[in-house]
Every structure is written in structure tokens, then in C-alpha cells.
Design a protein around this ligand. Structure first.
Ligand code: TPW
Ligand code: MG
Length: 540
């Protein structure tokens, strides 16, 4: 076996399902081996940011490794933002980059794609990955790869692997996976006892689930835990979509002043708030009138647990959840559930379309045809997603990068085989919408709902006086045919409903529904969010 084959087998054994990539001359040799060995399927896209987003989304939806393969310099550095997003939102993304060979690194010439030194790229990636290796020693490569991939999964964070182009075909031993991390059993036992005591003593305990629960594949176990504890569950903004497929007492999504008033009241008045795998960030917690005192919560995150004023280090989330289940064996506690409700039954009339109408139309569609996984971009589309029934969702809810939605949708379909819905604004579509042109080659057929307000509307809400937020009209629907899909522009609720039904019935080609939203019209959720932020800022 050669070094690249050893790496590809290791990626597959650690849970990778496919590779997204764009080659270059430093990467051609290892891309040849990816293609010819057929160990993992390769999907090439058009622009590196999308390669990163698609691989990240694949990791998020199947709770395993995502792989993004690029060339040195112009390729890898073009993907920095996507890797930063994966790092911030804890997605186990493996970055593979080609690199200069040993001889050419010492030629005395600056090499094309070199930014400053030949090490610059590795140094830059150190800031946004949890482990890195340059595979320049075939004897050491298997243990290095085992370490890097184990860290990727353990931390649920990106890693960086550079493959010098003269190393790709060197003979190499297979990778032996590292043994599982051994935690302190006594500490785990004491920690779980303390959590249970805390929750049992609380008058109004609440479990808030965040993305780590999904990253570590714990949704079924956490649902079981919530049933046995008989305490209500909410997700954070970022955790939206979690437990959608599980039987859990899931009330809704906490969004402070922007969210459901009952959920907000429940969370903010809780004296036993258990944040499970929750990233403690502003989009999850800042839009609140009642500031949650984090010192009074229980937090299980980043491989440790903090209870009020003290911490247990090195207790992986999986071990904590398993130990809690072991200590709370027994029957489910009965529980009265008031689930958050969502809009249904769109009036198919000649009215213009609001973002909330789009959520309503999607709810009707899923009620008729079954749930679909959703990839959303940043923009009002993501706030609108909060008005759609609970279903699997991937979105940059914390890092908030635009450009994620379309490539992430392609990643969802490649990883699961399921047809996804993509929610994207016109501004974000201008960034990465062109990736839809790759659907034809791979047989992907996402349904794309383009929220077209001819504007960077979210920005306008905060600074209405600036005319640079006007984007004007682009004929997106007309462009679809040239890219191998079907496009239609809709301006009334009746047209929207008809277009969705037609898209649903048409398989094998991407379906782009370019939805005209009158200027200044926001989803109910974004309107509450903006009003809340303005109110909070005014009070500062
Ligand atoms: C990569 C800053 C946040 S929201 C926004 C911008 C420019 C406007 C989004 O326009 P769009 O959606 O997609 O038409 P909508 O509903 O607001 O009209 N660059 C990147 N990411 C972010 N977040 C920005 C800029 C931004
Ligand atoms: Mg817009």
C-alpha cells in the first residue's frame, strides 16, 4: 500500500464517506490515487470555500468525518473561512492539502502558491485546526495519521494533513487506530451523581441541547435521558434540528427575546439549566433581556463538565451521558408537553410572499410528503428556518458565514442520498449559488428556495440609511437552465405553492425557486430579533 492509500483507508475507517475537492499541480498526484483507488468517492466542485462547506455539512449530517481536499496555497488558503467556520462550530473536518516535494522546497527559488515561507500555510492552519501533520516521513506517517484523525473525532474539530507531492506513492504501512481515551471512572461517577443531585433539587430543571450532542452521535441517548429525567428539553439557536427524529420532550428553540415566549420564560427562570454540548456564544444567549448567569448552570462541553463554580476535566460527553443513563435507570417520568407550534395551511392567493409564508409552504410540503433535511445559509432564511417544523438542519448559526447554504446542501445529498431543501438569500446565492452547476454530473437534485429581496436585508435592518445594501435584480431563475436545472420566479403565494409542488414532483435536476420578497419584509422571527437587539442596545 502507498501513503495516499493508507491515508484513504484510515479516513474511511474513521468514518469518512466521501471527499470533496479541487485539485492543482501540487495535488494532482494524490488526486490520481483518490480517483484510481476508489476507496472513497470524489466530488469536485468549483470554488474552495464550497469544498470546505460541503465537507463540513457532510460531517454534520452523518456525525462523522468530512474530508476537503485541495492544492497548496491558492487552494488551501482559499478555504480558510470554511475551516474557521467548522472550527468555531465544532465540525470534524479533515483538510487534505498537496504540498511541495522535498527537492523543490530546497531549490532556492520561491515556489508558485507560496505566500511567505513554505511553512506559512501550515502555520495559518494551526490557528483553526486542533492538530496538524506534514506527511514527510513514510515510516512515521501511520502513527501521525492515527493521532491526527483520533484528535479530529475526539475534539470534533478540524485537522490539517499536508501531503508533499513526492510522498504520495511512497510505500507505507496501514494506519492502526488509536485506542479510545481512558477517563477517570471515579471522577465520572462523582460528576454524574452531582449533576443528578443538582437536577433533582431544582424546582424547574431544563435540558438545553447543543451541537456536540449531534457531533458525538448522542441524540437517541440524550432523548432517553430526558425521558427518564422527565425534564423539558429545548435546543439553542445553533442546536436547532437536534432531536428532531427522536421521541423526546422537546419544547422548542431558545432564542431569548426573538423566540417563543414560553420557551424563553422557561429557560430564563430555570434554577437547574443543564447545557449539554452547548457552545456558549452570543447568537445562542445574547439576545435576552434576562441575562442567564452561566455560573449557576451545568455545562458539559469540550470534554469537561462545569457545575456552578467547579469543573471536572477530561470527561468526554459520551461518557458523561452514558454514566447519567447508568445512574438513572428505570421508567420514564410522565411529562406534560406543550410543544412550540409552527404555521401551516398557506393561503394560495395573489398576495405577495413573506419569509414566514415560505416557512408555512415548507411545513405544508413536509406534512404531505414527509420531512426533508435542510441546509440554510445566513440571512433571513436562517431565521425563517426557526418557523419550520423540527427537522434535520445544518446552518452556520454561530460563525454566521454567508455562502454556506448551497454547497452544504450538496454535501447533505452526497452524504445521505436524501433530497435536501436549501434556504438561501440572494446575497449569499451570489457567493456560492453557482455550485448548483455541479449537480448534473452527480445526479443531485436539491430544491433551492432563494429568498430574493434584492438586498443585503439583514444589514439594512441595522443600518437603513445605507444604499450599498441594494443588490438590484439578477435573473437567477433564468440562469438555472444553463446550469442543468429548472428555475422559476414566483411573486405570489399561489405561485409559490404551485412551484413547490412541481419541484417536489420533478426528480433528477436541481429545482431553483427564485422567490420575490418585497423590500423591507422580514420573517416574524427576524423582526423580533432585530427589535430585541435594538432594544437591548438602546438600554446599554
Ligand atoms: C462571508 C455579513 C451578514 S447578513 C448579510 C451580510 C452581507 C446580508 C445577507 O444577504 P442575503 O440575505 O443573503 O441576501 P438577507 O436575508 O439578509 O437579504 N460576508 C460573509 N458572511 C457574512 N455574514 C457577511 C459578509 C452579512
Ligand atoms: Mg437578500
Amino acid at each position: 500500500m502507498n501513503l495516499t492509500e493508507s491515508l484513504l483507508h484510515a479516513l474511511k475507517d474513521h468514518g469518512a464517506r466521501q471527499i470533496f475537492g479541487i485539485p492543482g499541480d501540487f495535488a494532482l498526484p494524490y488526486f490520481r490515487i483518490i480517483e484510481e483507488s476508489k476507496i472513497l468517492p470524489l466530488y469536485t466542485l468549483s470554488h474552495e470555500p464550497s469544498v470546505g462547506f460541503a465537507a463540513d455539512a457532510s460531517a454534520r449530517i452523518h456525525c462523522g468525518l468530512g474530508v476537503a481536499a485541495v492544492t497548496y496555497g491558492a487552494g488551501a488558503l482559499n478555504m480558510i473561512n470554511s475551516v474557521a467556520a467548522a472550527f468555531a462550530e465544532k465540525s470534524p473536518l479533515v483538510v487534505l492539502s498537496g504540498g511541495p516535494g522535498h527537492g523543490e522546497s530546497r531549490s532556492g527559488l520561491l515556489l508558485h502558491h507560496q505566500a511567505k515561507t513554505l511553512d506559512s500555510q501550515l502555520q495559518i492552519f494551526k490557528e483553526i485546526t486542533c492538530d496538524q501533520v506534514r506527511l514527510d516521513d513514510a515510516a512515521r506517517a501511520p502513527s501521525d495519521m492515527a493521532r491526527v484523525l483520533a484528535n479530529c473525532l475526539r475534539n470534533s474539530e478540524p485537522v490539517y494533513i499536508e501531503i508533499p507531492r513526492d510522498m504520495v506513492a511512497k510505500p507505507c504501512a496501514p494506519v492502526l487506530a488509536e485506542p479510545a481515551f481512558v477517563h477517570d471512572r471515579d471522577a465520572l461517577h462523582a460528576c454524574a451523581e452531582e449533576i443528578i443531585e443538582h437536577l433533582t433539587r431544582a424546582r424547574s430543571p431544563v435540558l438545553m441541547v447543543g451541537v456536540e450532542v449531534r457531533r458525538y452521535g448522542l441524540e437517541a441517548r440524550v432523548a432517553e435521558l430526558s425521558r427518564r429525567l422527565g425534564i423539558p428539553v429545548v435546543t439553542s439557536f445553533m442546536g436547532r434540528g437536534l432531536l428532531a427524529e427522536e421521541d423526546a420532550p422537546l419544547l422548542g428553540t431558545y432564542m431569548g427575546v426573538a423566540g417563543d415566549a414560553e420557551v424563553t420564560q422557561l429557560v430564563e427562570s430555570s434554577d437547574g439549566l443543564f447545557l449539554l454540548g452547548e457552545i456558549i456564544c452570543d447568537t445562542n444567549f445574547a439576545v435576552s433581556e434576562t441575562k442567564i448567569d452561566m455560573r449557576k448552570t451545568i455545562q458539559a462541553l469540550n470534554g469537561g463538565v462545569t457545575i456552578a463554580y467547579h469543573s471536572y476535566a477530561q470527561l468526554p460527553l459520551t461518557a458523561v451521558v452514558d454514566e447519567l443513563l447508568a445512574q438513572i435507570s428505570g421508567a420514564n417520568k410522565p411529562f406534560e408537553l406543550q410543544r412550540q407550534t409552527f404555521p401551516h395551511d398557506l393561503a394560495a392567493d395573489a398576495s405577495s410572499i413573506t419569509p414566514t409564508d415560505i416557512a408555512t409552504a415548507v411545513n405544508d410540503l413536509m406534512a404531505e410528503h414527509g420531512k426533508m433535511p435542510i441546509a440554510s445559509d445566513m440571512g433571513d432564511c436562517l431565521f425563517t428556518a426557526m418557523e419550520i417544523e423540527q427537522t434535520a438542519l445544518v446552518a452556520p448559526g454561530y460563525y454566521a458565514t454567508m455562502g454556506f447554504g448551497v454547497p452544504a446542501g450538496l454535501g447533505l445529498q452526497a452524504a445521505t442520498g436524501q433530497r435536501p431543501l436549501i434556504l438561501v438569500g440572494d446575497g449569499a446565492f451570489q457567493m456560492t449559488g453557482w455550485e448548483l452547476g455541479n449537480c448534473k454530473r452527480y445526479g443531485w437534485d436539491p430544491i433551492v428556495l432563494l429568498f430574493n429581496n434584492a438586498s443585503w436585508e439583514m444589514l439594512r435592518t441595522f443600518q437603513p440609511e445605507s444604499s450599498f445594501n441594494d443588490l438590484g435584480h439578477w435573473g437567477f431563475a433564468e440562469m438555472a437552465a444553463g446550469m442543468g436545472g429548472d428555475g422559476v420566479r414566483v411573486s405570489t403565494r399561489a405561485e409559490l405553492k404551485a412551484a413547490l409542488n412541481k419541484a417536489m414532483a420533478t426528480r433528477g435536476r436541481f429545482q431553483l425557486i427564485d422567490i420575490t420578497i418585497p423590500s423591507g419584509v422580514l420573517s416574524s422571527t427576524l423582526a423580533r430579533f432585530v427589535a430585541g437587539v435594538k432594544r437591548l442596545n438602546a438600554a446599554k
